[in-house]
Design a binder for this molecule. Sequence first.
Ligand code: CP
Ligand code: NVA
Length: 335
Amino acid sequence: QATPGPRHLLSIGDLTPNEFTTLVRNAAARKQVVKEGQPPVWLTTGLSNKTVAMMFSKRSTRTRVSTEAAVTLLGGHPMFLGRDDIQLGVSLLNPVNESLYDTSVVISSMTSCMVARVGPHSDVANLAEHSTVPVINALSDDFHPLQIIADFLTIHETFPSSSGPGLGLNGLKVAWIGDSNNVLFDLATACVKMGVDISVASPKGYGIPDPMRHVITSAANGVDSPGKLSETTVPEEAIRDADILVTDTWISMGQEDEKRKRLDAFAGYQITNELAKRGGAKEGWKFMHCLPRHPEEVADEVFYSPRSLVFPEAENRLWAAVAALEGFVVNKGNI
Ligand code: CP
Ligand code: NVA
């Protein structure tokens, strides 16, 4: 009988609500114990003698630094492989064009995990299909699971759970104002699973594509009181009664050629204090952004204000990476 393959983390959809909750709670617990200066030996040796390959075909600050730092904390060796470092790829700079299949088989034969940042989601899915070790998606055109574990850690810290299942966040409302992109798709999936309502405002033509809406709403299957997804083209409508306003760049990596068109299409979507007031956000509303930030999607008055959670949110990427590596590599997917 063939042994089952390793478990991968390609999107938040791969996690049950309980598993997602455990990863967020573990991230919080590891953060506390490391900050107190007494990390237990089982934590700091979890990856000892193990190498984690980090295959990044796009730029990164947070994902790279948090993953390298997390592997180091767990006692392992992070091996960063940029797009021009290995034979994988089809770019003009890299005419060797080794296939994803060959790359996956070879790298997984020598390492304990592949963390991959790619363009098309099928690239990371293909790596996973042929890998003998866990693959963790470090951002694809469709999903960004590590970001969303960090985001829910940030929400959990800011809105401490009262009671109830999961993280006790039922009834909270998130408003996403901007492009319907990879970060939104996993955020919305997590919101549905965690009982957090999410309202999305994107300009016409930049809303959630039908197949992705199906992925997000299917996250409600088997959940007692799932969060509700609503969509509009009017930012004020999405903002009404929101606890958290969230956005991301209007021009994701790979969309640089569309910059002019996108800046025009998103005019009026910048998050400002005035927009939040006009829309009727809750009095104590908070602001989140995965970063990197560009000035057009959020005004400085919000981004650098006490409402802004962006820097704790960025730091939480480290604790999310620790929890994910522990869950998928050290504990082999038994979360
Ligand atoms: N939020 C995020 O993934 O940032 P980087 O692109 O800098 O990794
Ligand atoms: N949506 C952005 C997120 C970057 C972390 C992008 O894909 O470029």
